[in-house]
Design a protein around this ligand. Structure first.
Ligand code: SF4
Length: 252
């Protein structure tokens, strides 16, 4: 999509600004696709069925076009905001950025979330669980497929969003953003939502009684502790209003 078409699309009133910043990127299950510029632009970009196939050359050609358009937009935006792209202090900022990445990675909630994603990986890889899951899925046991899908979707997502939250907070401390909504809290909020939903999904699996229930209880307990730690680390996260999702988050 060329930049003029993107600008025109972005000017449509139906879009909620920034809605895609704190969502779970699960567009197939999203109740707000009609208000999301990100969704609309990728639908338009990849409308041709061939372009949807990642194996297809057209997909990569589209991506390289998108890359060129993005660079054009970057130059325009830099000019508009008086940013000298040639003289950005990239060496220092790269070093600082790497240090902050390392700090975020070693933060206890990020490490705990990484452990969770690894143990879930092992659980799915376990032949015993596969043996139980396949016939249960074939029988179409209520809610099981969806529950497994939910766990898989959020398995790595939780860690990624917590890393972003911790990393973002390090930047915010330098920028003194006390009075504004913080990106770190938005990221922590969507991580918490992912944790809540994963707990619910494990609960559904537990109810099936086909798996090793003790192990599933451990997953639930582990996530519950992680949930508490995230709430303590980011006290403002639960009340963060995600653009476009406030009604859904609060149930009102
Ligand atoms: S807001 Fe919804 S449609 Fe847009 S990127 Fe996020 S999940 Fe996808």
């Amino acid at each position: 999509m060329d930049k003029d078409r993107l600008k025109k699309l972005a000017s449509e009133k139906r879009f909620i600004p920034g809605i895609y910043n704190y969502c779970d990127r699960w567009c197939e299950r999203c109740p707000q696709t009609s208000h999301c510029l990100n969704f609309a632009s990728s639908e338009e970009e990849f409308a041709d069925p061939e372009t949807r196939d990642v194996q297809n050359e057209a997909f990569w050609l589209k991506l390289s076009e998108a890359f060129r358009d993005a660079l054009e937009l970057l130059k325009e935006a830099a000019e508009e905001h008086g940013i000298d792209l040639e003289n950005l202090d990239t060496e220092q900022s790269h070093e600082e950025s790497e240090q902050k990445d390392a700090m975020a990675k070693s933060h206890e909630i990020c490490r705990a979330a990484k452990v969770y994603s690894d143990i879930v990986q092992d659980w799915f890889a376990s032949p015993a669980n596969l043996l139980v899951a396949s016939p249960a899925l074939d029988r179409g046991e209520a809610g099981l497929e969806e529950a497994l899908e939910v766990i898989r979707w959020y398995q790595h997502f939780i860690c990624v969003k917590l890393m972003r939250a911790v990393r973002g907070e390090l930047d915010e401390k330098e920028e003194d953003l006390d009075e504004y909504s913080k990106d770190s809290e938005g990221s922590a909020k969507i991580a918490l939502i992912a944790i809540d939903r994963s707990i619910g999904a494990w609960g559904t699996i537990y109810a099936h009684d086909s798996f090793q229930n003790e192990k599933i209880l451990r997953f639930i307990a582990y996530l519950d502790r992680l949930r508490e730690e995230v709430e303590k680390t980011f006290p403002g996260s639960r009340s963060f209003a995600r653009p476009g999702f406030e009604k859904i988050d609060t149930g009102k």
